[in-house]
Ligand binder design. Structure first.
Ligand code: HEC
Ligand code: HEC
Ligand code: HEC
Ligand code: HEC
Length: 192
């Protein structure tokens, strides 16, 4: 009964619905969600946005919204395009094959978030950070002293990692489709 009522009321509410701002970020019409299973997804997404802004991003200059990830597309999923993918790693940081398979905390001196990861994978994560934010390594690091905490952006990145780890609860699968690029899109501060 309630579903039918909503469908009938849609044109009436079209100008005033509290979330008429859902249409543009996703590039969809009202009926995309209403009276379809997408409504439940959209509810979860609304809870996710509240959770992120009230917890991890509290005090951020700009809160995240549907637009941050969706940018006019139905799905908020995205991958780093090839033209934004740089791949290089300083010679001085090359590991021996034996080091590569050890836990990162045994090879590097200051791993508080990624210590359990295989040391050989750290280079890929760092390059993903850099490419997602469109910065260089020195945005977060003092060049030549990667263990240093002198740049506040480094710890900010750790907080962002724990934020990303809190997102699987809002999606159906086991993992999360959200990673740094999903919001940042090649910019140190997300544009929306
Ligand atoms: C991206 C999905 C999405 C789009 C697009 C969308 N809505 Fe909604 N709408 C929702 C969600 C989620 C709720 C909250 C429903 C709930 O939690 O019961 C809602 C609630 C409503 C309600 C209140 C009814 C209720 O059950 O609380 C009205 C009326 C409504 N929408 C109208 C519209 C209109 C008109 C449009 C187009 C301008 C629109 N919606 C576009 C997802 C969407
Ligand atoms: C942090 C990033 C992020 C934010 C913010 C976000 N979304 Fe999403 N959204 C996603 C991702 C990623 C997917 C794709 C999920 C998948 O395919 O597993 C998605 C999928 C969806 C879908 C299903 C799309 C489809 O047709 O399959 C809907 C509906 C949706 N989002 C609505 C919203 C609404 C409404 C908001 C704002 C309240 C919002 N999202 C905010 C990341 C986000
Ligand atoms: C967005 C910020 C950010 C960017 C960009 C970044 N890193 Fe990192 N890096 C971190 C964080 C955070 C850690 C610590 C991870 C932890 O605590 O587990 C780290 C750790 C490291 C370490 C281990 C240091 C130690 O001894 O503990 C190395 C080496 C490193 N990064 C190299 C790089 C290189 C090279 C680049 C560029 C390709 C880069 N990083 C780009 C944030 C960044
Ligand atoms: C849900 C969206 C979202 C995701 C996902 C996300 N970020 Fe952010 N990030 C933000 C917002 C919003 C800001 C800006 C906050 C502000 O303006 O104070 C920010 C700011 C930052 C900053 C500070 C930039 C500067 O120069 O001041 C760093 C560093 C950062 N993010 C790293 C990351 C890393 C690394 C990841 C992936 C592990 C990540 N972010 C994932 C939303 C996100």
């Amino acid at each position: 009964m309630r579903r039918v009522l909503i469908a009938a009321a849609l044109p009436l509410f079209a100008q005033t619905a509290p979330h008429a701002d859902f249409n543009k970020p996703l590039g969809v019409e009202c009926a995309h969600c209403h009276d379809t299973p997408k409504l439940e997804t959209a509810r979860k997404m609304t809870r996710m946005v509240e959770h992120l802004n009230q917890n991890h991003l509290q005090g951020a200059a700009a809160p995240v919204s549907c637009m941050t990830c969706h940018r006019g597309k139905e799905s908020g999923k995205s991958t780093i395009p090839p033209e934004m993918t740089k791949s290089d790693w300083p010679e001085t940081l090359k590991l021996t094959p034996e080091q590569e398979t050890k836990p990162a905390r045994e090879v590097y001196s200051n791993m508080k978030s990624l210590g359990g990861m295989q040391a050989g994978r750290v280079s890929r994560v760092m390059q993903m950070f850099r490419n997602s934010l469109g910065v260089n390594c020195d945005h977060c690091h003092v060049e030549g002293d990667y263990a240093s905490e002198a740049k506040p952006q480094k710890n900010r990145a750790r907080k962002m990692l724990s934020m990303v780890s809190s997102t699987p609860q809002f999606f159906d699968g086991k993992g999360t489709p959200v990673f740094c690029f999903t919001c940042h899109r090649g910019s140190a501060k997300p544009q929306f």
